[in-house]
Design a protein around this ligand. Structure first.
Ligand code: URA
Ligand code: SF4
Length: 199
């Protein structure tokens, strides 16, 4: 099975994890992506935000949530009274998965498979063990399935605090929609209000 497990160092902090993750070949997604996009933020962060996977901009820059979805997320966090610079932000999957309609054309995001999410899980588990956040904000369906299982439905639990055992540790989680879904929504303002309200 695909797994990041053999690439995850047994000890060390975020810097050691980030260094090791740069060389991860736990699943085929590393082949076409530019680089591993590991989580960003302080090991002391009280809130950890978990997205799906890096997008086009994140893949180029090597940092999560620096593209359009990230800008919207930062704005929503600030409006909800959370300092974006104090949160730890990461993704369920650490390489960008994409397709191209034609060779050399724009890269189009593809949702990661359950196998890829499972393969990448050991990195998220390692980040949780180091950061020990007081709260995990689950951004959308992929992060929800990766953390809470394949039956996760964001509409059923958004904005509520769940207490679950995640990778062997008791965690508190608040699911909400993914900021990219706000950008795609017909009622963008309403979707944005919903995200701020959940946060
Ligand atoms: N969407 C995500 O889920 N993560 C990112 O880092 C950027 C966009
Ligand atoms: Fe490793 Fe995750 Fe990248 Fe797959 S997506 S190669 S498991 S870091």
């Amino acid at each position: 099975a695909y797994t990041a497990e053999p690439f995850v160092p047994a000890r060390g902090g975020l810097a050691a994890l980030r260094r090791a993750a740069a060389g991860c070949r736990g699943c085929p997604l590393h082949r076409d992506a530019t680089q591993t996009v590991f989580g960003a933020g302080s090991a002391d962060a009280r809130v950890m935000l978990v997205g799906e996977q890096p997008g086009d901009q994140e893949d180029r820059q090597g940092t999560p949530f620096v593209g359009p979805a990230g800008r919207l997320l930062d704005r929503a966090l600030a409006e909800a009274g959370l300092d974006p610079s104090e949160a730890y932000v990461t993704n369920a999957v650490k390489h960008f998965k994409f397709t191209r309609a034609e060779p050399r054309k724009r890269r189009i995001h593809k949702a990661p498979s359950l196998r890829e999410m499972t393969a990448c899980g050991p990195w998220l588990a390692a980040e949780l063990a180091v950061v020990e956040p007081e709260l995990i904000v689950v951004l959308g369906a992929t992060a929800g399935k990766a953390l809470l299982g394949s039956s996760f439905r964001v509409g059923e639990v958004r904005g509520t605090v769940l207490e679950r055992e995640i990778h062997g540790r008791p965690e508190r989680l608040v699911p909400t929609v993914h900021p990219s879904s706000v950008l795609r929504a017909d009622d963008r303002e309403g979707a944005y209000r919903g995200l701020v309200s959940d946060l």
